[in-house]
Design a protein around this ligand. Structure first.
Ligand SMILES: [Zn+2]
Ligand SMILES: [Zn+2]
Length: 156
């Protein structure tokens, strides 16, 4: 007399999605070891991978875990699909654009010392700058520029 109740299969309880949050600047103290306080300058968490993967919880910009980033309730709720991600101030962007132009949008063209002082001056992390440059170069470069400007005219 076993009454089978339609065989309740393993109820696949879909996890309720966590309320949307935004993760802003990285608060990880990179100088805690020396008793100081210094963040890496990451302005906003950027998922380092697809949603659901481990990488998604790692910041693509500064590699810190999502938890290190300041969590704020997402603005303008109501399910509005908002892909608004401005991590930098206008001034920072201008400076970065200028800098990127100078080095031809290739971070490895930059002199290490120059790069470091630029990051310090503008207040961005080197990796963030790199990611930003990678994401923005196509907006600034006309096409895949194969313009060989390597041959500098001797001008002495
Ligand atoms: Zn980060
Ligand atoms: Zn970080």
């Amino acid at each position: 007399m076993i009454e089978k109740l339609g065989e309740e299969k393993s109820m696949v309880t879909t996890f309720p999605k966590p309320p949307p949050h935004e993760y802003m600047e990285c608060l990880k103290n990179h100088a805690a070891a020396i008793g100081g306080s210094a963040t890496d300058g990451c302005g906003e968490f950027m998922a380092g991978g697809e949603e659901g993967t481990l990488e998604a919880l790692k910041c693509a910009a500064c590699t810190c875990h999502q938890n290190f980033h300041r969590k704020i309730p997402q603005r303008g709720g109501g399910g509005a699909k908002k892909r608004f991600r401005s991590k930098f101030t206008k001034g920072q962007k201008e400076k970065m654009t200028r800098f990127a132009h100078k080095i031809g949008w290739k971070i490895y063209n930059a002199d290490e010392v120059e790069l470091r002082s630029f990051c310090q001056e503008v207040g961005v992390n080197k990796k963030v700058l790199k990611v930003w440059m990678h994401n923005n170069k196509y907006n600034h470069l006309p096409t895949a520029t194969a313009t060989a400007t390597a041959t500098a005219t001797p001008n002495t």
